[in-house]
Design a binder for this molecule. Structure first.
Ligand code: SF4
Ligand code: ZN
Ligand code: ZN
Length: 311
């Protein structure tokens, strides 16, 4: 039987079947179309400027290392921009230790990229493990992932300010964004702004998600083809999250109905009506927020920890 060939170049051996478009691609064409889509996403949403100092959130997982690699390629075309990798260490034994080691090895092999680390221990005086072990998370009725996400966001903001970043890039994929939209709908909290697009508000470092139109399994494939390390450990708290339930549901759905994730994203974004949410200074830490007390300060209080202002 004749071996099937890549639909684009008609020469290469097929390594990837893109179910939603029906394309069969060789490694080279897969890589080219993957990188082109990221560049197009950045342009479509005006995510980056020619002279940005980009703080890339690098957890050490394959998604963030892939983002770093792809952005570094794109960034070479913009000599006035610069990039710095930021890793937040929440203090999750084994899991995060492995990720940090992967990030350090990968970044030092890439060469020429500054790598900055910041930890929960340094900022909040405790690790995520300490917080969960104390039982205070249970008592406060919040999930470890909620605490982790909120405190990590503040840590990332602080580190990005320290390095003078003008924008923060995160590795959220199409799957992550649709999960977030759905979770917000279930919580009765429809977004005011599309996820991961550049919104300039004085006092905030904007966040962008260059993978927001890229399905997770394509990031997996890119990482695999380019020898980007995968973690062998999973976070011990991952299974406790609402996100995990939604993720599994969406994976099943996309498998049966390819293209659903993209359609869902565009439908959600049509529903978003950007409004002028009145921002005020958090009464405790002073960051701009739509609430009287920002969510970070609220959670820190629930956990009995002292506030940490964005410096
Ligand atoms: Fe944090 Fe939850 Fe992710 Fe673990 S799975 S790193 S606890 S957000
Ligand atoms: Zn090809
Ligand atoms: Zn606050």
């Amino acid at each position: 039987m004749q071996e099937s060939l890549c639909n684009i170049c008609n020469r290469g051996k097929v390594v990837y079947f893109r179910a939603y478009s029906g394309e069969r691609l060789c490694s080279r064409c897969f890589t080219k179309t993957f990188e082109k889509r990221v560049a197009k996403t950045i342009a479509k949403y005006n995510m980056l400027r020619y002279n940005d100092r980009i703080a890339v959130a690098v957890s050490g997982g394959k998604d963030s290392l892939t983002l770093l690699k792809v952005l570094a390629k794109i960034e070479t075309k913009f000599p006035e921009s610069s990039m710095v990798a930021i890793t937040v260490d929440e203090g999750i034994n084994v899991y995060r230790d492995e990720a940090i080691k992967n990030a350090e090895d990968f970044i030092s092999k890439m060469g020429g990229i500054e790598h900055v680390k910041i930890s929960f221990k340094e900022l909040y005086g405790v690790t995520l493990e300490d917080i969960v072990k104390d039982g205070v998370v249970d008592k406060a009725g919040i999930k470890p992932c909620t605490v982790c996400g909120i405190l990590r966001r503040r840590a990332l903001d602080i580190a990005a300010r320290r390095v003078g970043a003008s924008v923060i890039a995160t590795a959220h994929t199409l799957d992550d964004v649709v999960q977030t939209y759905l979770m917000n709908v279930f919580r009765g909290d429809i977004d005011k702004q599309p996820f991961g697009t550049r919104t300039e508000v004085e006092g905030f470092i904007p966040r962008v998600a260059p993978f927001k139109l890229t399905p997770e399994h394509e990031v997996v494939m890119y990482a695999y083809l380019h020898n980007i390390p995968f973690q062998s450990h999973v976070c011990p708290y991952a299974r406790t999250s609402m996100r995990d339930m939604i993720r599994n549901f969406l994976i099943d759905y996309e498998e049966n109905y390819p293209g659903t994730l993209y359609t869902a994203l565009t439908s959600f974004e049509r529903l978003i009506r950007p409004s002028d949410v009145l921002l005020q200074k958090c009464e405790v830490c002073g960051v701009l927020t739509s609430r009287r007390v920002c969510r970070t300060c609220e959670v820190l209080k629930q956990l009995g920890l002292k506030e940490v202002p964005v410096q």
